[in-house]
Design a protein around this ligand. Structure first.
Ligand code: 6PG
Length: 245
């Protein structure tokens, strides 16, 4: 599945990266709402997007974005209750959701507490109900991170679900002590209109280099993100952009 080449932007630090990502989020929202009356965005968890989410919860974005037309989904979620410290929903809720006028019905939470298989089924039903039942849903924007092992969302290296071609959301069973998860499938990621992949810090330099400069994209799930007809942008800071010695 090949799309247009990724745009790569390098920022001084996570603060500048996050500010720029908030601007992309707001611009995507404005364009999507003009185009089809709503903005459907899928969020990731982890540490990298936290500052972006905090920007969204404050001026100017808390007022500038038409939150009444925004629908929040998740690229992946841990199988924990929504008030659990590991919950990606909780990360977004604590960072900005409580500060913006988002209608309750616009929250499409992955019910991870139901367990991976049931939660994936419930989430797929929600996705099909919202986007319509034919083909893959096309998110207006998906925010992704990249793990040091090259995973993105909960698509981990060598996972058989990387080969999934029909399901929208999949259960992910991880070895303890990690939490099982639910993830959007790779085809859903690659049917988005815009995908942002955020990477920050020296620990990401090797995987970023493999994916972006050595074109070993197929070795890493984050490198398999290549929207069929959408735009892909890697937003990285100088530490993550440093070619490892
Ligand atoms: C999750 C995320 C995951 C994350 C990467 C990077 O649920 O953990 O969705 O895919 O984006 O693990 O995490 P950091 O941003 O913490 O490096």
């Amino acid at each position: 599945m090949s799309g247009r080449p990724a745009r790569i932007r390098i920022f001084k630090n996570i603060e500048e990266l996050s500010r720029a990502a908030a601007e992309v989020f707001a611009a995507c929202a404005e364009q999507s709402i003009v185009r089809h009356g709503r903005f459907a965005v899928a969020l990731s968890g982890g540490s990298t997007p936290r500052r972006l989410y905090e920007f969204l919860g404050g001026a100017p974005y808390s007022e500038r974005i038409a939150w009444q037309q925004v629908h929040l989904f998740w690229a992946d979620e841990r199988c924990v209750p929504p008030d659990h410290a590991e919950s990606n929903y909780k990360l977004a809720s604590d960072s900005f959701m409580t500060s913006v006028p988002l209608p309750e019905g616009n929250l499409h939470r992955v019910k991870g507490e139901e367990g991976p298989a049931a939660a994936a089924c419930f989430y797929e039903e929600d996705l099909r109900h919202f986007f319509g039942g034919i083909g893959f849903p096309s998110f207006d924007l998906i925010i992704l991170g990249a793990g040091e092992d090259g995973h993105t969302a909960s698509l981990f290296p060598n996972s058989p679900i990387l080969l999934e071609t029909t399901r929208l959301a999949m259960p992910v069973y991880l070895e303890r002590p990690k939490w099982d998860r639910v993830t959007l499938s790779l085809p859903v990621l690659n049917h988005a209109s815009t995908v942002l992949v955020l990477a920050s810090g020296r620990a990401k330099a090797e995987v970023v280099s493999h994916i972006l400069s050595e074109h070993n994209t197929k070795d890493y799930p984050a490198g398999l993100v290549s929207p069929v007809s959408g735009d892909l942008e890697w937003m990285i800071d100088e530490e993550a952009a440093a070619v490892p010695s």
